[in-house]
Design a protein around this ligand. Structure first.
Ligand code: ZN
Length: 146
C-alpha cells in the first residue's frame, strides 16, 4: 500500500492519507522482522532497527484510550476545554489527537475506553488554499458521548 495524497485536499499529518477518491486512511509501517506496527511510513523499525523488510499498511480506525488530558488553556483562537488523547489502535500503531463528543471531565473518561477514529474536513486551508482533512477520536460506545 502506498501513501495516497490528494491534489485537491491537504492532510493535517504525514501519516494521514487523503486520496482524491475514496476515504482517508491512517498509514503505518509493519516490520517484517519483529511484527511491530508503527505510525507513519518509516525507513527503519523503531522496535528492532530493521531497515529492509518494512511494509506500508492501513491502520485500524478503532482503538483504546491509552492516556488523556483535559486542556483548559491553549493558543488564542483554540476553543477550550478539549481532551487531548493518546490512542492505541487495534492491531498496532499509537497516535495523538483530540477526543471529542465526550464530557470534558477527567472523571467521566477512563484508560482503555474504546474509541473510533473519524475523518473530517476541518476549518483550515494549506498555503495552496486547499481544504485540509483531519481526524478526531470519538467514543465508540454511544452511552459515553457527552
Ligand atoms: Zn522490527
Amino acid at each position: 500500500m502506498t501513501l495516497e495524497l490528494s491534489n485537491d485536499k491537504c492532510s493535517v499529518a504525514p501519516y494521514l492519507s487523503v486520496p482524491n477518491e475514496g476515504a482517508p486512511a491512517l498509514i503505518g509501517t509493519l516490520c517484517g522482522v519483529c511484527d511491530e506496527v508503527l505510525l507513519g511510513v518509516r525507513v527503519a523499525c523503531g522496535n528492532c532497527g530493521n531497515r529492509k523488510n518494512l511494509k506500508a499498511v492501513k491502520l485500524s480506525e478503532k482503538g483504546k484510550l491509552y492516556a488523556f488530558s483535559v486542556v483548559y488553556r491553549s493558543f488564542p483562537g483554540v476553543k477550550t476545554p478539549f481532551v487531548s488523547a493518546i490512542v492505541d489502535l487495534e492491531g498496532g500503531g499509537t497516535l495523538k489527537g483530540t477526543l471529542r463528543n465526550v464530557e470534558q471531565d477527567p472523571h467521566s473518561l477512563a484508560q482503555g475506553m474504546p474509541v473510533d477514529v473519524v475523518f473530517e474536513e476541518i476549518d483550515q486551508k494549506d498555503n495552496k488554499g486547499r481544504p485540509c482533512t483531519g481526524y478526531f477520536f470519538e467514543p465508540a460506545d454511544q452511552d459515553q458521548r457527552g
